[in-house]
Design a protein. Structure first.
Length: 115
C-alpha cells in the first residue's frame, strides 16, 4: 500500500512538472498589450468595437485560433493596387540612397522576408 502511494505521488509530481513545462512554452500576452492591440485594430476598422474583448480573450485562451482570425481579417482587407497619379514620376530603386536600401534590407531580414 505504501509503495503504491509513493508511486502515485511520483506520477503526480511528474505530471505536474510536465504541465508546468507546457504552460511555460505557451505564448503569454499582458492584458494591457491585448487591450491596446484590440483597440488599435478597432480604430483602424479591422474589427468592430464590440469584438475587442472577444479578440483579447481569444489570444489568452487559444492564440493559434486568434492568429487564424487575423489572417481572415487580412484576407478580407486586401488593399487595391496603388495607381500612380498622372504626371507624377514612378518611384524607382535608382532614386533611393544607399542608406535607405540598407535599412530596407535590415527590415526585410528582421521580418523574415527575402529582399
Amino acid at each position: 500500500m505504501k509503495e503504491k502511494l509513493l508511486t502515485d505521488v511520483l506520477s503526480y509530481v511528474e505530471l505536474a512538472d510536465s504541465l508546468i513545462d507546457d504552460l511555460a512554452k505557451r505564448p503569454a500576452f499582458s492584458d494591457a498589450a491585448l487591450t491596446k492591440a484590440a483597440m488599435a485594430m478597432s480604430q483602424a476598422g479591422l474589427i468592430h468595437e464590440n469584438e475587442q474583448a472577444t479578440l483579447a480573450d481569444l489570444f489568452r485562451r487559444e492564440p493559434d485560433k486568434a492568429l487564424e482570425s487575423l489572417v481572415k481579417v487580412a484576407e478580407a482587407k486586401k488593399r487595391p493596387a496603388s495607381i500612380p497619379s498622372l504626371g507624377a514620376p514612378v518611384e524607382s530603386g535608382k532614386n533611393r540612397t544607399g542608406s535607405e536600401r540598407e535599412s530596407d534590407r535590415v527590415l526585410y531580414q528582421r521580418l523574415g522576408l527575402s529582399h
